[in-house]
Design a protein around this ligand. Structure first.
Ligand code: BGC
Ligand code: CA
Length: 347
């Protein structure tokens, strides 16, 4: 009996000893858990789909034995109401940082209130809230790019092309370039600013322009094809230059010409912005004259770094902010001469 008691006491002691040691080791190798909630405006958007792919890859490379990161993604399918509900749900599920691509960039109030109430920092990206809303709380950040720069670069690329190949581009030889614009969503910081800066830059570089038409195609390839079909119907072979606010719309314009079987000598030159996979391939094939790279890898890296720093409350020192809480990545020009370097980036 005594021996049994002795043995039992020994076992209890051994178990408690192991348990204490176990806890000790666990504390030494404590795992940081970062639960990221991502909400974006519409899964049909090519650029965002590619950007989120980069973001996922970034979080994966940051994971280690000591850092565990989960990412939950919600698609708002174009409804701000739905996005507000999704954010509520992400908060309830325990996210400790939010990355938000607003549906309506002028209407972040509900999300800001929810985040502030729960003290969960927010990184807005790609669709920039107005400055007034960004000032509502100091847990708000933005990662994106400067729309003006992309417009200027597109204008410079187009001006260079007109200079280099004036006879081919000014097909009716009237000394002016007849152009049309395909524009993104009204109200998006990247739509009107890109157009204005591209056109102004062409003019500043001494290119005489004649605007034939402008159509809103909401970033969409299919809508751009429709708009372009209408414009071709109206202006036939007079269009010499197509400036599109993004690659998808430039590709949609090209689709319209293909559908109508227009001969190559009657095609305008097309310019996009983004450098999506399809856009880069079109530049490599010399169908798209040039594009402007919207640095999705850089944006994803900045979002990921900031998200982890905010969730853990450390590591903010290494981040280069503008105006305290903005991170803007540089655009870059892409032509058939340097496109290979960009095509390799996603690999
Ligand atoms: C991109 C577009 C995209 C839009 C979505 C822009 O910065 O250039 O391709 O559709 O963001 O918000
Ligand atoms: Ca002309």
């Amino acid at each position: 009996m005594d021996v049994k008691k002795f043995l039992a006491a020994g076992i209890v002691f051994a178990i408690s000893f192991l348990a204490i040691c176990g806890c000790g080791t666990k504390q030494a190798a404590a795992v940081d858990m970062v639960q990221v909630g991502v909400a974006y405006y519409d899964q049909s958007d090519t650029f965002l789909t590619e950007l989120l792919g980069c973001l996922r890859a970034q979080f994966e490379t940051m994971e280690s034995g000591r850092l565990h990161i989960t990412m939950s993604i919600r698609d708002a399918a174009g409804s701000q109401r739905r996005q507000d509900d999704q954010v509520k749900e992400l908060i309830d599920s325990g996210c400790n940082v939010l990355c938000i691509n607003l549906v309506d960039r002028a209407n972040p109030a509900e999300i800001i209130d929810l985040a502030r109430e729960h003290a969960i920092p927010v990184i807005f990206f790609n669709r920039e809230p107005v400055a007034e809303d960004m000032m509502q709380w100091d847990g708000l950040y933005y990662v994106g790019a400067d729309a003006r720069q992309s417009g200027v670069m597109q204008g410079e690329l187009a001006a260079d092309a007109v200079r280099a190949d004036n006879n081919r581009i000014d097909r009716n030889n009237d000394g002016k370039v007849q152009y049309v614009v395909l524009e993104g969503e009204p109200g998006h910081q990247d739509a009107i600013i890109r157009t204005e800066n591209a056109v102004d830059t062409l003019k500043n570089r001494g290119i005489a322009l004649e605007k034939l038409s402008c159509g809103i195609a909401n970033w969409s390839r299919a809508q751009a094809q429709n708009r372009m079909m209408q414009m071709i119907g109206q202006y036939q072979n007079q269009i010499e230059l197509v400036l599109a606010n993004n690659d998808d719309m430039a590709l949609g314009a090209m689709d319209a010409y293909k559908k109508l079987n227009v001969t190559e000598s009657a095609l305008p030159v097309f310019f996009g912005i983004d450098g999506t996979q399809a856009g880069l391939h079109a530049v490599a094939d010399e169908e798209l004259a040039a594009t402007v790279y919207n640095d999705k890898e850089g944006q994803a890296a900045a979002i990921a770094k900031l998200a982890v720093a905010l969730a853990l409350g450390e590591g903010m020192d290494g981040i280069a902010f503008e105006k305290g809480r903005y991170v803007y990545l540089e655009y870059a020009k892409v032509t058939s001469g340097n496109v290979r370097g960009f095509l390799g980036r996603g690999d």
